[in-house]
Design a protein around this ligand. Structure first.
Ligand SMILES: Nc1ncnc2c1ncn2[C@@H]1O[C@H](COP(=O)(O)OP(=O)(O)O)[C@@H](O)[C@H]1O
Ligand SMILES: [Mg+2]
Length: 485
């Protein structure tokens, strides 16, 4: 079957379904469903899995359009086991892969359907590629797939949809898609071939070739990290240990001073340092494998101009930023005066939630880049200090999030909690950064790191003010500290 625009699917049915998924980025916005395209049927003898491309058109002031990948599995009769994933029931035309009345479900929720992807990967020779209908499957050499592994959908919050195949492999089906190379696949392919020990090895990926011969990279299969726990969860656990001890002591007279992050049960500093080493190793390998460039004085001025513009826009949206504006702007002026700095391929969206600790060390996941940026921007060389700043912000958020949880149940311990949260952030940021840098930062490096950290915190104040106003105090405090430095 070739690519076909579909007009028999009820746009309201698709819309209702998309709006209740986890991965849809435009929840709450004014929108309508545009063109719906059928890319093809997954090869194999299992149930009929048809991969659709659904265009979402935004009707609000911001406007724009996005394309989402929606694989549906069609059954002749209702499948009660998949009721939670029902998209709709309708009549397929005579030339459709399953003509007549069908019940359509989100294919990622169906084990029979997801096994179809795994079989398509496994049927492709290691190190080679295979064309099947409208799809091309690529296999990276070095791993024998377990085709009998039992599929299960990743239960967490996600912008894509991941399926675990037993303990052998994990498949990520990209939801928001664009023509061209997917940065997550591209980076994993390069780092896997280069032998990186800090990413989950890439095993295979699936593409669709459109009429112009451009690839659309739709899904990737990679090593399942069996012993993994994500860095965000671990960090929260460490803070909880510290604060639990803190509140106990705080209520026993003024002994709170005696509880410190370094002594508490779940100290994270060793992990933070090892994570710093892993991020450094990934950056070094990215610099070796992808183009690097020396940004000049003009580029530095251009970067500073972008930072200034973002700050001004943020001050308009968050009035509390105004008093810190001059301090932060002075930092950006110093960036404008830099003679130059290095740029390379970076992660682009690095934070503790994109790190996994395994029995074989820390791994970094999800190289799709800054979610809001267009593709061309996401793959462009950038400063590695932008990634480091993302990690530092995450080390600041973790203790603050836990501290807020404790506030309700432990009134009267505010000061002790606040001090220990600040201490945790400080201690772990330092351990991470020292291990990352392997020594002192140069004055220019420190400046870039501070500027990117300020920019990130400024962005967070806008995000929190719009979405979770009571959280805005977390990044505001960080902006105040940087602005005062
Ligand atoms: N190779 C892997 N092995 C085990 N768990 C993984 C692996 N890759 C990702 N995960 C888990 O799945 C989550 C989502 O993966 P991620 O690549 O960040 O998807 P998304 O692009 O939707 O954010 C991660 O936070 C992690 O907990
Ligand atoms: Mg992610």
């Amino acid at each position: 079957m070739s690519t076909a625009t579909i007009d028999h699917l009820d746009p309201d049915v698709l819309r209702a379904y998309i709006e209740r998924t986890r991965w849809f980025a435009g929840k709450g916005r004014d929108l309508h469903i545009g063109e719906v395209t059928r890319l093809g049927v997954l090869p194999g003898d299992g149930p009929v899995v048809v991969v659709h491309l659904v265009e979402v058109v935004y009707d609000d002031a911001a406007g724009g359009r996005e394309l989402y990948q929606v694989p549906l599995v069609f059954y002749r009769d209702p499948e009660p086991r998949l009721e939670h994933a029902l998209v709709g029931s309708w009549e397929e035309p005579a030339d459709a892969p399953l003509p007549g009345a069908v019940h359509a479900y989100d294919a990622l929720h169906d084990r029979e359907a997801t096994a179809q992807w795994l079989r398509a990967f496994a049927a492709t020779p290691a190190g080679g590629s295979r064309t099947a209908d409208a799809f091309v499957v690529h296999r990276v050499p070095g791993h024998e797939l377990d085709v009998d592994a039992v599929p299960s959908l990743y239960p967490g919050e996600q912008s894509n949809s991941s399926v675990f195949f037993g303990e052998d492999a994990v498949m990520k089906v990209f939801r928001k898609v664009t023509p061209g190379v997917n940065p997550d696949i591209e980076v994993h392919d390069v780092l896997t071939r280069a032998g990186s020990e800090n990413v989950a090895a890439l095993y295979a990926w699936l593409e669709h070739l459109d009429a112009d011969g451009s690839p659309w990279q739709l899904a990737m299969l990679q090593q399942f990290l069996r012993t993994a726990t994500d860095g965000w969860t671990l960090a929260l656990g460490s803070v909880r240990d510290l604060l639990a001890e803190t509140v106990t002591h705080a209520l026993e007279a003024d002994a709170a001073d005696q509880v410190h992050a370094r002594d508490a049960g779940g100290d994270f500093a060793g992990e933070a340092a090892r994570l710093g080493e892993s991020v450094r190793a990934v950056h070094d390998l990215l610099a070796e494998q992808f183009p690097t460039e020396r940004a000049d004085a003009q580029d530095a001025a251009a970067l500073a101009a972008v930072l200034h513009r973002r700050l001004e826009a943020a001050v308009d949206a968050v009035p509390e930023l105004a008093e810190h504006r001059d301090g932060v702007a002075a930092l950006y002026d110093r960036v404008a005066a830099l003679e130059g700095f290095e740029r390379q391929r970076v992660h682009g969206d690095l934070h503790l939630g994109q790190t996994l600790r395994t029995s074989k060390g820390w791994k970094i996941v999800d190289f799709e880049g800054e979610p809001a940026a267009p593709l061309a921007e996401r793959v462009r060389p950038d400063s590695r200090w932008r990634d480091v700043a993302g990690m530092l912000r995450s080390f600041d958020y973790a203790p603050r999030v836990v501290e807020r949880d404790f506030a309700l149940d432990h009134p009267g311990t505010d000061e002790a909690r606040d001090q220990r949260a600040a201490e945790w952030a400080h201690r772990n940021r330092n351990h991470f950064l020292t291990a990352y840098a392997g020594g002192e930062l140069s004055a220019d490096e420190r400046l870039l790191l501070d500027a990117y950290t300020a920019d990130k915190a400024v962005y967070e104040t806008v995000y929190e003010t719009r979405n979770r106003p009571t959280w805005a105090a977390i990044p505001l405090r960080a902006v105040a500290e940087i602005g005062a430095a």
